[in-house]
Design a protein around this ligand. Sequence first.
Ligand code: NAD
Ligand code: DAU
Length: 352
Amino acid sequence: MILVTGGAGFIGANFVLDWLAAHDEPVLNLDKLTYAGNLENLASLANDKRHVFVQGDIGDRALMDALLTKHQPRAVVNFAAESHVDRSIHGPEDFIQTNIVGTFHLLEAVRGYFGKLEGAAKTNFRFLHVSTDEVYGSLAPNEPCFTEKHQYEPNSPYSASKAASDHLVRAYHHTYGLPVLTTNCSNNYGPYHFPEKLIPLMIVNALAGKNLPIYGDGQQIRDWLYVKDHASAIRRVLEAGKPGETYNVGGWNEKPNVEIVNTICKLLNELQPRADGKSYAEQITYVTDRAGHDRRYAIDASKIEKELGWKPAETFESGIQKTVAWYLSHADWVANVQNGSYREWVNKQYAN
Ligand code: NAD
Ligand code: DAU
């Protein structure tokens, strides 16, 4: 079996669903269930014996030791993290605690476990750390995309905490010989994306008749990847990646934020027109920029394509169409995540 951490969040849940659709190998899913963790994302696995869920913290050394000893996973895939840049600006502490200290405790538990493995179990064991392109900082308009050799220049408390975790993972390979793999992926989108992030926020706000808040001039560029393509990349890296290596994952889909929002409005105009016949784009509002806002991210995915033969299945056009359709057909999921703490966050972040 494999141990997945953070498997009740957006990408983790998509990965677990994707894994069990492709394999019979069981998944032990360890998640703290913060505001971002949601067991509803895994509801389709309720009667599936291949999925075992444990609520807990990657920083709980005793729990991690016990789970590793009991379940003897052949791999650990670490998604667990605080993931939202704006929340890291309001309050960095949880990011330091989970992304740095938590990853350290998890690595220590895995090092202890790995040290006791023998033979094929030892040779085949892998620790895969899921990271982000934000560790590389911001690109100027004509600079080449981030390769794995690009220097780390994190700019937000979130990206700094992820960079620190990447360095720890690297050090555990170099110093202790832990067979680690690190993936640095661009912006994901798709089903179960929590509506604090750009794409789901714009869809749910548009449908609720609310403002569509674009930070600054809306010309910041992100490189978008459909979440199921990220899941397939992680499966491939786990299967064939070389221990100690890092792999950049991206969809070659650089787009300015304002274009993303207009595309969503256009799709909604077709699929669920406003009662007054006007475009959802009328709801666009330009708001104060994010502090320290990175201007451009772009991933060079040549290494994973050439060395491991991975390619995304979706274009941005097909992926965003599926995503908007998913939100239109999952109104209950959307209503359930917009609870009190969600409303508190939205009021705090968008009050002005
Ligand atoms: P998310 O916030 O939706 O989910 C994070 C999950 O981790 C939640 O289920 C949460 O309950 C859990 N968690 C948080 N702290 C924990 C702890 N201490 N112990 C155990 N579980 C804990 O995040 P996501 O968007 O699914 O991102 C998953 C991973 O992928 C993160 O490491 C993130 O940095 C990375 N990543 C995200 C993106 C993206 O676009 N969302 C892109 C590249 C990389
Ligand atoms: O690049 C990978 C990263 O992508 C991941 O590591 C992070 O976990 C993930 O949250 C995401 O970070 P971003 O900051 O790029 O994503 P977010 O959806 O928050 O914002 C995308 C862009 O949209 C960014 O330029 C800020 C802008 N934005 C965002 C929100 C929430 C707005 O203009 N308005 C908004 O209300």
